[in-house]
Design a protein around this ligand. Sequence first.
Ligand code: CP
Length: 292
Amino acid sequence: MQHLIRTSDFSKEEILSIFDDAREFLKFKPNEILKGKIIVTLFFENSTRTRSSFEIAAKRLGAEVVSLDVSTSSTSKGETIFDTVANINAMKPDAIIIRHSECGLPESLTQYVDCSIINAGDGKHAHPTQALLDLFTIYEHFNGQTEGKKIAIVGDVRTSRVAGSNRRLLPRFGIDVSFIAPDCFKYEGTDFKHYDKISDIIDELDVIMSLRTQLERHSEIYFESLNEYAKDYCITTEVMGNRDIILLHPGPVNRNVDISDEMLKDPRSKVLTQVTNGVAIRAAVLKKLILK
Ligand code: CP
């Protein structure tokens, strides 16, 4: 049984094959590749993009989707997450897609199931399908020529599972990753280059990825207002100048904190391309894991 807990669960060859399928799925032609299959989504944290794109991807492939409303499930009566998942598994779905605030939970759940578990984000740890769609967006933009490209991930890298998955995945495709953040949001490892200011590195970049400031994952209040953070880290047309750099963001975007209104409309912003690519990548991941 193959699960997707972290991007290293797929070899480079498997990822390139997922990209081949994603390219086909971007044609959005109806098909029945997963007809008769049942996929359950269990989201213990809020989501707009990941949940709906998984559900749309599954339906585009002809699968049925059951979305458990966790607020009305028996977890509110004290049932453990392990029992919840074991019971869902006993109903014989073909995959369970789960988002939860606890790092490592999707991996622990693999012992309780005989279907694929797909990690849709576990705390600060990993968001593998987001990193795959981010890489796919970069890969397609540069016609597969990712070797030597430079990306800076800007903002709250300390608590970001998107940054966590991308810093592990992108170097496998030759992409040089660095971080830009104020001290309070800095990644604590020493294995990547850090910059305090966007201007320290922007002239070297091919890609900038902005992140949402995840105040809900911090116990301290670092800024009186996010406008204070935005003064140095918001990606604006002034910051970008006329540089040939593409701009990514996993969403949700805090407008005029992470990225300015004007920059979101700029053709260099690939934020909505990422969302479209997310449906195709998630369809390709479902096909791979369910059809094996
Ligand atoms: N990028 C992302 O995970 O968005 P959602 O939280 O809306 O799913």
